[in-house]
Structures are given as C-alpha cells and as structure tokens.
Design a binder for this molecule. Structure first.
Ligand SMILES: *Cc1c(COP(=O)(O)O)cnc(C)c1O
Length: 360
C-alpha cells in the first residue's frame, strides 16, 4: 500500500487507521453474514446490533442520561439549521450567538422560521474570539439559545458553557464533539455532522432532551420532526447504515484510547505543539485570541500570501495535505481532530521550523 497522507482536512477528515483496517477486513463479508454492511437490510439482526451498539457507545462516552434521546439523522448539520427552529421555535423567537460562518448560516435559516435575536457576536473582531458571558444579551423568554461550540473556519472554541437560565441551550458541536468531556446535562440539544470527529459524512448525531422532542411541532413533515426519529430509535426509514457502522467503530476506538478525558489530554498536547511554536515565532502569527483557541482547528498566517502559497505547496510535497485555510479567510489552517496522530503534528511542526529557517 502506498503511504497514507498526513491529512489536515477540516472535514471530511482523517479517520483512525485501525478503524479503516477493521472496516476493510469486514468490508465484503461482515462477521460471517456473507454480505457487506452496505448490502444489509436495516431490519436485519446483524444491522440492528450495529445500530444499537453505536448509540450505546455514544451514550457511554458522553455519559448521556435517560432524559435524552440520541438520534442518527441525515442531511448534515446544515439540515439541523432548519430543523431546530422548525421544531423548537414554538413561540417564534430564539437567541443566537454569532461566532462565524456556521453560526451565521444557522441564523439565516432560523430567520425563515421566526425572529432571531443575535444575543452576542464577535463579528467586529473578525470572529477571532468568543463573546464573554457578560456580553451576552439573552432574552429569558426565548425558545432556545443557539451556540457553535467550535468554529471550524475561524479556529475558536467556547471555553465555557454559557449560563442561560431555564432556556434550553442548543449547540452545533460538529467540529469538537467527543474531543473532550462535555456536560450534556447543560444542553437541551447537541448536534454534530459526523465527518469531523465521528466518522464519514452521511450521518448527523442529535442528542435531544426528551421534553424538547415532545415540544416539537407535529404539523411539519414527518421526516422533519424529531419525534418521528425518537419514537423509532432512528429506524423510521432506512438509516445511513454504513456511516452509522463507521461511527460505531470510531466511538469504540475512542473508548479504547481511554475515553474523552484521554482524548482531551492528547488533543491539548497536539495543539500545544503548534501553539507553542506560533507564540515563540515572529514569522508565524496565530489569528485567535489566546483564551479562545480551538484544539481542533488551528489557523495561522505567514508574513505574506506569497509565502503562504509556498507553504501549502512545499508541505504537500512533504506528504501533508489540506493545510490551506478556508477560502473565506485565507492563510493556513491545520485541522487536528481526534484521529490525527501526534506524529502527524510533530511532522508539521518540524516542517514549520524548517520553512521559517529557509524562508524567514
Ligand atoms: C462542517 C460544519 C457544519 C456543516 O456540516 P454539514 O454536515 O456539511 O452540513 C456545520 N457546523 C459546523 C461547526 C461545522 O464544522
């Protein structure tokens, strides 16, 4: 087999090699069934076991109580931007905190359904930080408060869970779910597209408090109601069986690594290798306020766009891919999710030092 890339993609992103190898072993004949998981009935005992185990492993890793349903849905996090207001904006208004492109998109979709109060925003600072609790102007009668826990494009993370009183807190955790422990009980709903930290694209995990499932509008389309999926344990219609199988393998891999505390430790160590270099360098410049730095997505700039182009080109020759920053912000971005091996980050840091030495 030719060498695997050191893949810094923001998503779909690198998966743990042991997971890919296990999937490969079972690809054409899953555990003696004579067929691939991709070919199985979603009503078969073999698939049912995969489905239940995937949900159970997610529940265990995140210590999710019986007050919550765990749903496996399709349509990506982007569909949740619409489903959340459709189901939860029952009195017609919600608070949103705008921390960059994904929050902005969530706000745009919520505005189609009702009235959005932008309760906080870091737009004036080019989204280089997360608003503080004191800055939030929350409406105590809002149907919910929406935040984006990790901002994949800007590289910021909420380092606190905002105090929102009795209003349900809704979080887009697409790019940092399962990268560290999370107190699910502080939230009404957490959602995440799988393709950053959980598996391949094609399934979205929704963790929703049961009272919010019940609160949902039952006048909207069947597939767009949370209660449809909650009542049938995400088997109302054909689920994305293969992505769910892969999420199950990834979740088991996380557990085998020691769970979310161990993930957090490893992620801190990996991120600090890069942040320490940025802090010590006059050549590289981090773009995020220190207290709000993401452990998952690390954007930085070089002295010129010309040097950034060369950085991307030369890093590719050295086996590292997808280091170009998002087209909307430019610069460089290293996405280092759970599955990025420490060795990959060490290779990047060594490359960065050498690049500075030869181009600085
Ligand atoms: C990637 C991403 C999305 C979009 O996810 P899709 O599954 O492509 O719809 C939304 N929010 C955040 C924070 C993301 O990182």
């Amino acid at each position: 087999m030719s060498k695997r890339a050191i893949n810094f993609s923001a998503g779909p992103a690198v998966l743990p090699l042991p997971v890919l190898e296990e999937a490969q072993r079972d690809l054409v004949n899953y555990k003696g069934t004579g067929m691939s998981v991709m070919e199985m009935s979603h009503r078969s005992p073999a698939y049912d076991e995969i489905h239940q185990t995937t949900i159970a492993t997610i529940r265990t890793l995140l210590s999710i109580s019986d007050d919550y349903d765990v749903l496996l849905m399709q349509g990506g996090a982007s569909s949740q931007f619409s489903l959340i207001p459709m189901n939860l904006m029952t009195s017609g208004k919600a608070d949103y905190v705008d921390t960059g492109a994904w929050s902005t998109k969530a706000i745009k979709e919520a505005r189609r359904v009702g009235s959005v109060n932008v309760a906080g925003s870091s737009e004036a600072d080019e989204f280089n930080r997360i608003p503080t609790q004191d800055e939030l102007q929350l409406d105590p009668t809002a149907d919910y408060v929406h935040i984006t826990t990790n901002n994949t494009i800007r590289g910021t993370v909420w380092n606190y869970v905002p105090e929102v009183g009795d209003v349900p807190l809704v979080a887009d955790a697409s790019s940092n779910i399962m990268s560290e422990p999370m107190d699910v009980n502080r939230f009404g709903l957490i959602y995440a597209g799988a393709q950053k930290n959980l598996g391949p694209a094609g399934v979205t995990v929704v963790i929703i408090r049961k009272d919010l499932v019940a609160k949902g509008d039952d006048g909207i389309g069947t597939m767009f109601q949370y209660r449809t999926h909650a009542a049938k344990n995400s088997l109302y219609n054909t689920p994305p069986c293969w992505p769910i199988y892969m999420v199950g393998l990834v979740a088991r891999w996380v557990a085998s690594q020691g769970g979310l505390e161990a993930m957090q430790r490893a992620n801190r160590e990996k991120a600090n290798l890069i942040y320490d270099l940025l802090d010590a360098s006059d050549f590289y410049r981090g773009t995020v306020v220190k207290e709000c730095r993401s452990l998952m997505n690390i954007p930085f700039r070089l002295p010129s766009e010309e040097l950034e182009k060369r950085f991307v080109a030369e890093s590719a020759v050295a086996g590292m891919t997808n280091l170009k920053g998002h087209r909307s912000v430019g610069g460089i971005r290293a996405s280092i999710y759970n599955a990025m091996p420490r060795q990959g980050v060490e290779t990047l840091v060594a490359f960065m030092k050498e690049f500075e030495r030869t181009h600085g």
